[in-house]
Design a protein. Structure first.
Length: 191
């Protein structure tokens, strides 16, 4: 007989836990008020609206808020007009925040920015301090593109994830300098 008691005890513990685990989710689903058809319809509409935003059905008001921005830049300078300063290659990475206001105004504040400059002829490498004071500008949105113009920076950004992610990569050439910047910018919305 003692052998049977041990077997029953060994089997009873796993069966108890299996039963308890099966009953708890069922209890959690049935506890509280029973949803009405109107409540379910509202929840389905809310879910459909959020999915539509993720698929790009947004307006400018969906972009209002503050974004955390990462920027990588490689700047090339060809020497310019007489007296022909030496050509340079500069690289830097910046981290800053940008805020889009309801009225189309934008402001940016640098959090961290540093880089280096290689100067031709002297072939020296120097540190680049690229910190900026807070700057202002404008922004707008149309057809999946956010246009941002702040001080000398102007670019179109692809908008994704319902306005929570902005990206751009540009490489303009400035013939008058001559110079060029190759810039990659990724902005994620904080709030």
């Amino acid at each position: 007989m003692p052998v049977y008691r041990v077997r029953i005890t060994v089997l009873a513990v796993p069966l108890f836990f299996a039963f308890a685990l099966a009953v708890l989710p069922a209890q959690a689903q049935t506890s509280g008020a029973k949803p009405t058809p109107a409540m379910l319809a509202a929840q389905i509409k809310d879910l459909a609206d959020r999915i539509a935003k993720l698929e790009g059905n947004i307006t400018a008001s969906d972009l209002v808020g503050t974004y955390h921005v990462f920027q990588i830049d490689t700047a090339l300078s060809g020497g310019g007009a007489p007296p022909h300063p030496p050509a340079t290659i500069a690289t830097f990475a910046a981290e800053f925040s940008i805020t889009f206001n309801w009225d189309g105004a934008a402001s940016a504040s640098a959090i961290n920015c540093s880089g280096n400059v290689l100067t031709q002829s002297a072939w020296s490498m120097t540190h680049l301090d690229c910190g900026l004071p807070p700057i202002t500008g404008t922004w707008s949105y149309a057809d999946g593109v956010a246009h941002i113009s702040i001080e000398q920076f102007e670019a179109d950004f692809s908008v994704a994830l319902g306005g929570r992610l902005l990206t751009t990569a540009i490489g303009p050439f400035h013939a008058s300098d001559p110079s060029s910047d190759n810039v990659l910018v990724i902005a994620s919305r904080l709030h």
